[in-house]
Ligand binder design. Structure first.
Ligand code: HEC
Length: 119
């Protein structure tokens, strides 16, 4: 019986960590983060990402990077260092049309999501 309970606890633990992954809706080009998995304090950040980070490519790229922890094009780890570096890169692109404050908000949200996806 005790063995069975330990097993049950282990199964429950694994199941919980699988569920901690960031929820998404849609697929392919319409793949995006499920708004219900974005905390209220970050809704504004998500509005910025949804408006600005889809100018040159769809959100799929960003979702894949967050969920797998790997940047899909470079194959580099997508961690806090990468979100910041990527934010700076965006800021420098003349056609990204993003302000410093918007990039900061986007990076904050990405960091939150990266942490959530890895829990
Ligand atoms: C001005 C156009 C443009 C905008 C705006 C833009 N991107 Fe990109 N993004 C690119 C290009 C071009 C690439 C591919 C190569 C590169 O990294 O420059 C890319 C690649 C990526 C990658 C994959 C990086 C890799 O190394 O695999 C991610 C993740 C990403 N973008 C997320 C975002 C996020 C988040 C935003 C909003 C903050 C954003 N993009 C806004 C042009 C853009």
């Amino acid at each position: 019986m005790r063995k069975f309970l330990v097993l049950l606890a282990l199964v429950a633990l694994t199941a919980t960590s699988a569920h901690a992954a960031v929820r998404t809706v849609g697929k392919g080009d319409s793949l995006r983060f499920d708004p219900s998995s974005i905390p209220v304090s970050m809704k504004g950040h998500y509005d910025i990402v949804r408006a600005r980070c889809v100018k040159c490519h769809t959100l799929e790229r960003t979702v894949v990077a967050v969920q797998t922890g790997v940047a899909p094009i470079s194959g580099q780890p997508f961690d806090h260092k990468a979100t910041k570096a990527y934010g700076v890169k965006m800021l420098r692109k003349p056609d990204s049309n993003m302000s410093k404050a918007e990039v900061k908000a986007a990076v904050e949200l990405l960091n939150y999501l990266v942490d959530e996806a890895q829990r």
